[in-house]
Design a protein around this ligand. Structure first.
Ligand SMILES: [Zn+2]
Length: 140
């Protein structure tokens, strides 16, 4: 199931190396905040407004969720134990929603969303993680 895009550029390789140095331990919330800031600068020209990044252990099949007001990205820790790369991909996925929303574009899984996914080398709209289907709507 590990369908990786082979054409990672040097920046992504660098990000991956840094993440792997964290081992299998999940980043703490302060590290998530730094990761968000770094990805925002690397891939979104810093255009995404500040979001709080938090873990939510109560998600079922959901790996990640974004709320625009207040700006919040929540990640499900159980989906990422031992798989920090999946955490990075899920965070990037939610960040594409935030970026489109900030630009006044439709933040749904449509053309602009898919173009940005391809640009970032993300494999599919849905997570490759077992049982980790992404919810289509951020509302509960
Ligand atoms: Zn999504």
């Amino acid at each position: 199931m590990e369908a990786r895009a082979p054409e990672l550029d040097a920046r992504q390789e660098g990000s991956r190396a840094r993440l792997q140095s964290l081992g299998t331990v999940l980043p703490d919330v302060a590290e998530l905040q730094l990761l968000f800031a770094r990805l925002n600068n690397e891939f979104f020209a810093g255009e995404i407004p500040a979001h709080r990044i938090a873990y939510n252990g109560r998600f079922g099949n959901l790996a990640g969720r974004i709320t625009y007001k207040p700006p919040l990205i929540e990640l499900s820790p159980k989906h990422f134990e031992g798989n920090v790369e999946a955490l990075r991909e899920t965070l990037l996925h939610e960040m594409i929603h935030a970026w489109l929303h900030a630009r006044g574009e439709n933040p749904g899984h449509f053309g602009p969303f898919k173009r940005k996914m391809r640009e970032l080398g993300l494999p599919s709209i849905y997570h490759d993680l077992p049982q980790a289907a992404h919810r289509r709507r951020p509302r509960r």
